[in-house]
Ligand binder design. Structure first.
Ligand code: PGA
Length: 219
């Protein structure tokens, strides 16, 4: 039975998850971490940066990136990661490409992957209908995701329509997964994903089969 851990507020959730991550970094062991973007993880990155850790042995593998976006664009995920983490810490940076699964495997696999969840149940940019066996690939973004992400752009027609994303299989191979979510809309889809039928229509539902999943939520 999967449980959702409720945190008092966003700050508390960000601090809690950052502490879990920092313990792993402080151990000094090589550490491969799948890193998310979006609104939800911003507080976690802030907390992590404030801890002044040594990231030399850490490899960050971003979950996804828009296709046909300049890496300097304020809303590219390269830029998001630069502004929220990479400019503050000396880490080993990886972004998705066609051979990403091979690269991750050669690096020893993902030790920990942090995920958000889309209101349509996507994880990374694995939209409804994604195959459970999927690996890193270019996908079309769903209309729901384009609408959701338009808040970061000046207008909806500026939101890229495609992205390159880790697949569901890539994510499931991560030795541990932490899922973070904030707000009632996310709670509704979380409950469906975690406690109802496993279906490709709700990609996050595959996480029910993950042997080491922790889920964090705040209002
Ligand atoms: P958000 O995105 O954190 O901006 O809500 C989550 C996601 O789409 O995975």
């Amino acid at each position: 039975m999967i449980t959702i851990q409720y945190l008092k507020n966003y700050e508390e959730m960000s601090r809690y998850v950052a502490t879990l991550v920092s313990i792993r970094i402080q151990s000094g062991e090589p550490f491969n971490i799948g890193t998310p973007t979006g609104g939800t993880p911003v507080g976690m990155y802030k907390e992590l940066v404030a801890k002044n850790l040594n990231w030399n042995k850490v490899h960050t593998f971003n979950l996804d990136e828009y296709v046909n976006i300049d890496h300097q664009h304020p809303q590219s995920y390269h830029n998001f990661m630069w502004e929220n983490l990479h400019k503050y810490v000396d880490t080993n940076i990886h972004f998705p490409h066609v051979e990403y699964d091979t690269e991750i495997g050669a690096a020893g696999g993902l030790d920990l992957t942090i995920l958000g969840i889309g209101t349509n149940g996507h994880i990374a940019f694995n939209e409804p209908g994604s195959e459970f066996g999927s690996t890193t690939r270019v996908v079309n973004l769903s209309q729901q995701t384009i609408v959701d992400n338009s808040r970061f752009f000046d207008s909806i027609d500026q939101v890229p329509t495609q992205a390159i994303t880790m697949g569901l299989h890539t994510i499931m191979k991560s030795r541990q997964v932490l899922l973070i979510a904030q707000g009632q809309k996310k709670l509704d889809i979380l409950k469906k994903a975690l406690w109802e039928k496993v279906t490709t229509e709700i990609p996050a539902s595959i996480l029910q089969f993950h042997p080491n999943l922790r889920v964090f939520y705040c209002d």
